[in-house]
Design a protein around this ligand. Structure first.
Ligand SMILES: Nc1ncnc2c1ncn2[C@@H]1O[C@H](COP(=O)(O)OP(=O)(O)OP(=O)(O)O)[C@@H](O)[C@H]1O
Ligand SMILES: Nc1nc2c(ncn2[C@@H]2O[C@H](COP(=O)(O)O)[C@@H](O)[C@H]2O)c(=O)[nH]1
Length: 199
């Protein structure tokens, strides 16, 4: 696929991926484009269909996977999630850096494709902080919260293995983490700004 090198964000649910990504996309709206995933989970208050996710039924999602519409798909905390080829192509056609937010299965599956992204892991400072953030967000039932915490433990172990991620950012203080994120993407940002200004 053409265009600037995509960036894959992963890390435990509640680590702060969406918070950091939204900040980045607000500051650089003409540099980054979000790959809008499909999911079978219900929208949270304030989430918009087609912007945060494409909300679909399990039947629709399975049919799309069978048709080969998806680069990758995964089951996470009782729901299906997936990155469609169309979502990535839409961003790349605008010559923007395509941002993907995926779980660890997504990372593994994307590594088997020719997407060749930069892999960034967003980590919480501790499991305690992660649990507090997820509880304070008030989006999960107790069952879903426990599933996410169990997945987080596994993710945090895999994430430490050498070679899985190019950059690991511990999101303790938000502004500090954001600065580290921007400096990790500095070269790509400059490159896209230059290319898009001269075209
Ligand atoms: N550095 C931070 N300090 C304190 N709170 C934070 C920080 N970063 C994010 N949060 C808060 O923690 C909660 C989880 O953040 P966020 O929703 O961005 O996580 P996420 O990794 O995108 O989770 P998910 O994978 O479930 O979508 C949010 O309520 C957010 O406001
Ligand atoms: N493998 C994929 N994982 C995805 C995708 N879109 C989101 N996610 C991951 O799911 C969990 C939960 O997200 P939430 O919005 O329900 O809190 C989180 O870790 C995301 O990174 C996807 O397309 N593929």
């Amino acid at each position: 696929m053409a265009g600037p090198r995509p960036v894959v964000f992963s890390g435990p649910s509640g680590a702060g991926k969406s918070t950091l990504l939204k900040k980045l996309m607000k500051e650089y709206d003409n540099v980054f484009g979000f790959s809008v995933s499909h999911t079978t989970r219900n929208p949270r208050p304030g989430e918009v269909n087609g912007k945060d996710y494409h909300y679909v039924t399990r039947e629709e999602m399975k049919a799309g996977v069978e048709r080969g519409d998806f680069i990758e798909s995964a089951e996470f905390s009782g729901n299906m999630y997936g990155t469609s080829k169309a979502a990535v192509q839409k961003v790349q056609a605008q010559n923007l850096i395509c941002i993907l937010d995926v779980d660890m299965q997504g990372v593994k599956n994307i590594k088997e494709t020719d997407l060749n992204p930069l892999y960034i892991s967003i980590q919480p400072p501790s499991m305690e902080v992660l649990e507090n953030r997820l509880r304070d967000r008030k989006t999960e039932s107790e069952e879903s919260l426990q599933k996410r915490l169990r997945a987080a433990k596994v993710d945090m172990e895999i994430g430490k293995e050498p070679g899985v991620f190019d950059v690991i950012i511990v999101n303790d203080n938000l502004e500090d983490a954001y600065k580290v994120l921007k400096s990790a993407l500095n070269e790509e940002i400059d490159q896209v700004k230059k290319t898009n200004m001269s075209s």
